[in-house]
Design a protein around this ligand. Structure first.
Ligand code: NOJ
Length: 601
């Protein structure tokens, strides 16, 4: 899934000598957009930009954010109780993972009723109060719309599965059994096993991209599309400021649902068969026109399977979303397909992926910047060498993320430097994909220890442990004696209260970095040019607006990194605006291990 892009670059030094401080980098992205097009596109100032381009979006996983009821899980009122904390972080929007009525087969990504709040999270009044209170803080609420599929307990599915002729008979994807009575085709669901489940009452199978408890809606049916738009408008009218659309690349299936190329278990990955099927954008244009078009409510799509080179169809002038999460930089090690088979990666691959997204949204559209979410391991493990100082790594990543062009989507705990967990057995894990990946590893002949090591490294539960607010019992997440997932054992140092007191904490740095971005037109609106591409330790890029330039440099290695050609930028006039090592004098010819720095050129 990683686009291998062909960019022409000159060295930084050659450009410096050609014209002082002229910039080079990704001169042509994979869709041929040129660097000059990128420059031409930058707004003259951040003032003209819509609110969602200038803000920071904070992803909260309400189940693990804050309990106000003294139970094992968090709730909506818990999010409302932490608005001051989020405001201080520079957050202007909170993306809540799904809080609608759900049997929780996949932690809310299986919705039984889109028009009501799950009792474990609170009530409709709690949600209305959150939207109102957040508004008073200048914060909007972004809702997570899961509309590729519903829960099998949704009344629509219950009716649809009851017979072949009911008012919802065609709302899901039903097919007769194959000649041998088996599944209609060989697709494997994303969480393992056949993507088809048989229902006696219809004598047919239904399709599910994810768990059997998550039947796929039939988007070919105009009534379904209309009802989906109704759901969006219901929440827009309640005051939602944006929508994140879950698993959106799977909503359209190829005609005839043909078999894929079978792998050793006789099944073919459904992702390869259905992601980004031709014609999908027609559905999405219709959805946009019937919901957020003409409003300041934004839509961000989870677009697994969309390549950077395809972004112009998805965002910008002719696109359907304001931004999409494009995942090429998140799967550099190939773990998307199999955790146990994940491999190493080079810094150049990360640079290629990030620069491709930047190039393809430079003159048309916008992108989110993200290195974590509720489905990914913690970034301090994912992007840095084993044994890295995780506080330094977290600050380094914050510099890159908030230094890049785009809207930062920060995942809860990232601002505190949270790291992965490593529980002693698979039984501790709640996440269905962890169980599936563990079973797959065992089926491939790996030992339980090896299979568990894969889970430690990639489990989605790494990101789902309770928030750590202070040093009290259960880190201040709940007054209940136990929590739904264990609290990380580093909570006495990595928590909001302790880190708030210390300027040199990850939180202290994050706040300073957020402030720098908020008051810098260059960081908000400037164009992006990658520099020093061949440097093996440092990722560096220049942001430029109206001839003002800032250089962002990050050493991704645990060794000191000589600046090489980049040192040519350091003159007496160069001002260090922020440095992850603190305020002391920064070496002019090197970056210390995991150090990141932003300089005004
Ligand atoms: C993507 C979501 O982010 C993930 O958590 C969920 O399991 C799947 N979509 C299915 O809805």
């Amino acid at each position: 899934m990683n686009p291998r892009i062909n960019m022409t670059r000159r060295t930084f030094a050659s450009v410096l000598s050609a014209s002082a401080l002229a910039l080079v980098g990704c001169a042509a992205g994979s869709n041929g957009q040129s660097a000059s097009a990128a420059s031409a596109s930058s707004s003259a100032s951040a003032q003209d930009m819509p609110w969602w381009k200038k803000t920071i979006v904070y992803e909260a996983y309400p189940k693990s954010f804050q309990s106000t009821k003294g139970v094992e899980t968090g709730d909506i009122a818990g999010v409302a109780s932490r608005l001051d904390y989020l405001k201080e972080l520079g957050v202007g929007a909170i993306w809540l993972t799904p809080v609608f009525v759900s049997p929780m087969a996949d932690n809310g990504y299986d919705v039984a009723d889109y028009y009501n709040i799950d009792p474990s999270f609170g009530t409709m009044e709690d949600m209305e109060e959150l939207i109102a209170k957040a508004g008073e803080h200048g914060i909007k609420i972004v809702l997570d719309m899961v509309v590729n599929h519903t829960s099998n307990k949704n009344a629509w599915f219950v009716e649809s599965s009851s017979s072949k002729n009911n008012s919802k008979a065609d709302w899901y994807i039903w097919r007769d059994p194959a000649k041998d009575g088996g599944a209609p085709n060989n697709w494997r669901g994303i969480f393992g096993g056949s993507a088809w489940t048989y229902v006696e009452a219809r004598g047919q199978y239904y399709l599910h991209t994810f768990l059997p408890e998550q039947p796929d809606l039939n988007w070919e049916n105009a009534e379904v599309r209309k009802e989906v738009a109704n759901v969006f408008n219901f929440w827009r009218n309640k005051g939602a400021g944006g929508f994140r659309i879950d698993a959106v690349t799977y909503i359209k299936k190829p005609a005839g649902l043909p078999d894929g190329t079978a792998e050793s278990d006789g099944l073919a990955p459904i992702h390869d068969a259905t992601a980004n099927t031709e014609g999908i954008l027609d559905f999405l244009h219709e959805l946009r026109n019937n919901t957020v078009a003409g409003t300041d409510c934004f839509m961000v799509g989870e677009a697994n399977g969309v390549q950077a080179s395809e972004l112009s169809d998805w965002v910008g002038e002719n696109g359907v979303f304001d931004m999409v999460f494009e995942f090429s930089h998140m799967d550099l090690d190939g773990h998307d397909a199999s955790w146990i088979d994940a491999h190493g990666w080079e810094l150049s691959a990360l640079k290629d992926a990030l620069s491709a997204t930047q190039a393809n949204t430079a003159s048309n559209g916008w992108c989110p910047t993200f290195f974590e979410n509720h489905d990914q391991p913690r970034c301090v493990v994912n992007f840095f060498p084993e044994g890295s100082d995780t506080d330094l790594a977290a600050k380094c990543m914050a510099t890159v993320q908030l230094g890049l062009r785009g809207t930062p989507f920060v995942y809860q705990g990232q601002e505190l430097g949270f790291t992965n967990v490593a529980w002693p057995s698979i039984d501790y894990y709640n996440d269905p994909s962890s169980h599936n990946q563990y079973d797959q590893a065992i089926a491939k002949g790996h030992t339980p220890e090896e299979a568990l090591a894969g889970v430690h490294r990639f489990s989605r539960d790494n990101a789902r442990t309770p928030m750590q607010w202070d040093t009290s019992s259960n880190a201040g997440f709940t007054t209940a004696p136990t929590t739904w997932l264990p609290v990380h054992n580093d909570y006495e140092t990595q928590n909001a209260a302790v880190e708030s007191e210390r300027d040199d904490s990850v939180l202290g740095y994050f706040r300073r970095m957020a402030e720098l971005r908020e008051r810098s037109d260059v960081l908000l609106a400037g164009n992006y040019e990658e520099v020093a591409h061949d440097h093996e330790q440092i990722y560096a890029f220049v942001r430029e607006l109206n001839s003002k330039k800032m250089l962002v440099m990050a050493n991704f290695s645990t060794e000191e990194a000589s600046l090489g050609d980049l040192a040519g930028t350091m003159s007496d006039a160069t001002k260090v605006l922020i440095d992850t090592y603190g305020s002391g004098p920064a070496p002019t010819s090197a970056l210390r291990p995991l150090e990141a720095r932003i300089c005004e050129l």
